[in-house]
Design a protein around this ligand. Structure first.
Ligand code: ATP
Length: 212
């Protein structure tokens, strides 16, 4: 069975930075699919501006033409902070121990990996694919060096033969787009067009999301 990609995020809103990394990782690693996993209660930041259901709706609009993408909305059912570790435990239990799971993480997010809940156990559950994000360089930290030394692979074939435990870095098209930038443009009544799908922007404007 082909590996499955997992992309967690706040998606407040989803934008072309997210969609492009999902597509490029999917193609480069020949994944079966990429699951977008919206975070219900972000542990490390303020709550999202849009509601969980509004963010899921935007995700649905954004991925409707891409059959290899789907949405996993399980985090809405778990009370308390939505820890990646807990989500990975659940998905691993559902899919069994043999399928390769590839958690896609931007380099900005991975730079703070040691602040994630039970971070040192996450690689027992999944592989991690680091995609470079403009401005998100990995810091030269002791733990990071050790982690990479232990887990890094340069052969993407390893991601099919290992269900978990590998870290692989992929160069993707650099798109300096963030949800923060989009929210700021909209709140200042500037256009966010071409940073995210038109259908998503339309629903944001219709529902007056991020307008203040
Ligand atoms: P915000 O600006 O609200 O913090 P964001 O644009 O960073 O949001 P998230 O939903 O927090 O979006 O990101 C989810 C995941 O996608 C993270 O791993 C993040 O690093 C990655 N990501 C987001 N945008 C990009 C981008 N433009 N290039 C590469 N990775 C990205």
């Amino acid at each position: 069975m082909k590996a499955i990609g997992l992309l967690g995020g706040t998606f407040d809103p989803i934008h072309y930075g997210h969609l492009r990394i999902a597509l490029e990782v999917c193609q480069a690693l020949d994944l079966a699919s990429v699951r977008f996993i919206p975070c219900a209660h972000p542990p490390h930041r303020e709550p999202a501006n849009a509601s969980f259901m509004q963010r899921v709706k935007m995700l649905e609009l954004a991925i409707e033409t891409e059959p290899t993408f789907d949405i996993d909305d399980r985090e809405q059912n778990r009370p308390g902070p939505s820890y990646t570790f807990d989500t990975m435990v659940e998905i691993r239990a559902e899919l069994g121990k043999n399928v390769s799971l590839c958690l896609i993480v931007g380099s900005d997010a991975f730079a703070e990996f040691d602040t994630w809940h039970r971070w040192s156990e996450i690689l027992d559950l999944v592989n991690i694919i680091i995609v470079h994000r403009p401005g998100g360089d990995l810091l030269e930290q002791d733990y990071m060096e050790k982690l990479l030394k232990r887990h890094v692979t340069y052969a993407c074939s390893d991601l099919n033969t290992h269900a978990c435990g590998k870290i692989f870095s992929l160069n993707v098209t650099s798109l300096d787009i963030s949800a923060t930038l989009i929210r700021s443009l909209i709140s200042h009544r500037d256009t966010a067009r071409y940073l995210l799908p038109d259908s998503v922007l339309e629903t944001i404007l219709e529902q007056k999301l991020y307008s203040e």
